[in-house]
Design a protein around this ligand. Structure first.
Ligand code: 5GP
Length: 141
């Protein structure tokens, strides 16, 4: 009986955990749709861990988004829940994209908006890569 009750509690906790994760990540966000190939995008690079594509509304001569293939809302989620190879894959992906865009030597900016105060609009972790010109100050007030 004791075993049965503790098993039931474990099961209940697992269901709650799954619900929490499902609630956090919106499967219908625009980048999830891009990853599923449901909407068009201009691909720059893809590997096992990341997809990179041109931003639809570029803020610099070059403006590319690099996203992990896993379902992570933001850096809080990713840094807590992603596996080490996913984390390494994202950073390597960023470096690879800079090389492909031919901006690695001249310099570029990689930027991530996180949450409400960070101005994050799409709830799937992404890094912006800006380049192809002098980018000016880091933050405008
Ligand atoms: P955030 O503000 O969340 O950091 O950046 C979201 C970025 O996604 C914005 O720069 C926006 O232009 C870009 N974006 C939004 N919708 C689409 C889309 O459908 N396709 C592409 N390629 N970029 C998008």
């Amino acid at each position: 009986m004791k075993f049965f009750l503790s098993f039931k509690k474990e099961l209940y906790n697992l269901v709650l955990k799954k619900k929490k994760i499902e609630k956090m990540y919106d499967q219908n966000n625009i980048f999830a749709k891009i990853l599923r190939g449901e909407i068009p995008y201009k691909k720059v690079y893809e590997d096992k861990f990341v997809l990179a594509f041109h931003d639809i509304n570029p803020q610099a001569k070059i403006h590319v988004l690099v996203i992990p293939k896993g379902a992570y809302v933001d850096l809080n989620d990713f840094s807590k829940n992603a596996k080490n190879d996913e984390i390494a894959g994202l950073i390597r992906g960023l470096g690879e994209v800079a090389k492909i865009l031919n901006i690695a030597e001249a310099g570029y900016r990689y930027l991530g908006n996180n949450g409400k105060d960070g101005g994050q609009e799409v709830p799937h972790l992404h890094f912006h890569i800006f380049g192809g010109e002098k980018l000016g100050k880091m933050i405008s007030k």
